[in-house]
Design a protein. Structure first.
Length: 158
């Protein structure tokens, strides 16, 4: 597999972090699968596996506790850029997220951060519209039981 660097950009807080310790499991033009441990120790989350569905603008992750039990699925709304000169993939978290708990409960979080980022000028109207459209598509997929296609793909790497 071709060597490259993976970066996570966040809008709130404004940061760009090299994910140097993430294990690249699979990478092609449409998807990137990684295994990882938390960057900063947390009392509940220990590690996980993620699939960046690049064309769909989604990062679908499974978060596990210290005991190896699934805590929840976590879906980030994202955008990405490939820098050919540095062989780097920059993934930007577009703030709104969806959590799916093992019992099937679905929770949408951080939508207020989208409004805050727009008000502060940290994102454009176009980025806000892109994030909301992606959020709508993933919620539609979850409610129509089409999320299983994405989750099955990720689970094939476990």
């Amino acid at each position: 597999m071709k060597e490259f660097s993976l970066y996570r950009r966040r809008i709130i807080p404004n940061e760009c972090i090299l994910l140097k310790d993430d294990e690249i499991v699979s990478f092609d033009s449409e998807r990137l699968v990684t295994r990882w441990n938390t960057i900063r120790p947390k009392k509940d989350i220990h590690h996980g596996i993620s699939c960046f569905f690049l064309a769909e603008g989604l990062k679908v992750s499974k978060f596990y506790g210290h005991d190896g039990q699934l805590l929840y699925w976590y879906i980030d709304i994202i955008s990405h850029e490939w820098d050919e000169d540095t062989s780097s993939l920059y993934v930007t978290d577009l703030l709104a997220d969806v959590i799916i708990y093992p019992d099937g409960f679905v929770k949408v979080v951080d939508v207020e951060e989208l409004a805050e980022a727009l008000e502060k000028g940290d994102i454009t109207d176009a980025v806000l519209c892109d994030a909301l459209r992606k959020l709508n598509r993933i919620l539609t997929a979850i409610y129509s039981r089409e999320f299983k296609t994405l989750s099955d793909y990720l689970e094939s790497f476990e």
